[in-house]
Design a binder for this molecule. Structure first.
Ligand code: B1M
Length: 210
């Protein structure tokens, strides 16, 4: 039980409307910070959904419904966020989930938190070809690129994307993330680092763009 329980339950059940109502209640009525709603309510609910899927209790349609409820909840929380540092000239970050990968909930959370810290985020979406990421990074004069991938197959695509970016824009920092990305993989593929979560991503971006 606890204040986040109804929201988590709504996300796990894939009930978009109820999830949105609970997020509103937590933020507008109970005064909970939007960031806390994401890290203590939405992310743990998604972790639970992931476990249910892995043990075969949940199937794809339920996963999709939960993902949708989580996204709607996240969007609502983002609307309520106060940028902590708007006005400061913080770096431009190009974000993308690599080609072949449709998982974007984690990337979206990373984008939300970066924006709330005052970074300018150009989110290219999911299933984004390496060439398109390269073009966007160079046209926007990005200070850093962040790539996300969740599947074994798309981790290979992530490696190819990092390689292309490093060949064409050698001075541009590239960071990577996603459930199965770790420090040694990040290093092996020639990226500038990884972070296990959104706050870690903000710290890394801050360190690499100062
Ligand atoms: Co799929 N899926 N999925 N899925 N899905 C996984 C990844 C899987 C591990 C589940 C499993 O089978 N155990 C498995 C991959 C296995 C593998 O390759 N090793 C899998 C599979 C197989 C598939 C399909 C192939 C299923 C099918 O069709 N048979 C299919 C693939 C489609 C495709 O991509 N081509 C598929 C589809 C889907 C849905 C569409 C239903 C949905 C995604 C919806 C969406 O994203 N819009 C979905 C979901 C929800 C999951 C699980 C259950 C949860 C992922 C998630 O959103 N987690 C996942 C199982 C799991 O991870 N336990 C699974 C919550 C999210 C907040 O965490 O993304 O890790 P995460 O992001 C974190 C950190 O990793 C980090 O910060 C975030 C916030 O804390 N982070 C970064 C992420 N990006 C970062 C970037 C950074 C820094 C940090 O710097 C740039």
């Amino acid at each position: 039980q606890g204040p986040y329980f109804p929201l988590m339950e709504a996300i796990i059940e894939g009930d978009e409307k109820a999830a949105q109502l609970h997020v509103r209640d937590l933020i507008d009525e109970k005064g909970v910070k939007p960031m806390d709603v994401i890290s203590c309510g939405i992310i743990p609910a998604l972790e639970e959904v992931g476990k249910l899927y892995e043990v075969g209790e949940f199937f794809l349609p339920q996963l999709l419904a939960s993902a949708q409820a989580a996204q709607v909840s996240c969007d609502f929380a983002r609307e309520r966020m106060e940028p902590s540092d708007r006005g400061e000239n913080k770096a431009t970050v190009v974000l993308a989930t690599v080609e072949g990968d449709l998982h974007d909930l984690g990337k979206n959370i990373v984008g939300t938190v970066l924006r709330s810290y005052g970074y300018q985020v150009i989110d290219l979406g999911r299933n984004v070809p390496a060439q398109k990421i390269l073009e966007a990074a160079s046209e926007s004069n990005a200070h850093i690129v962040g790539l996300s991938a969740l599947m074994t197959t798309t981790m290979e695509e992530m490696a190819r994307t990092v390689k292309l970016l490093k060949e064409k824009l050698p001075h541009l920092p590239v960071i990577v993330g996603g459930a199965s990305v770790n420090e040694s993989f990040a290093k092996k593929i020639g990226s500038d680092g990884t972070a296990p979560d959104a706050i870690g991503a903000v710290r890394l971006v801050s360190r690499l763009t100062e």
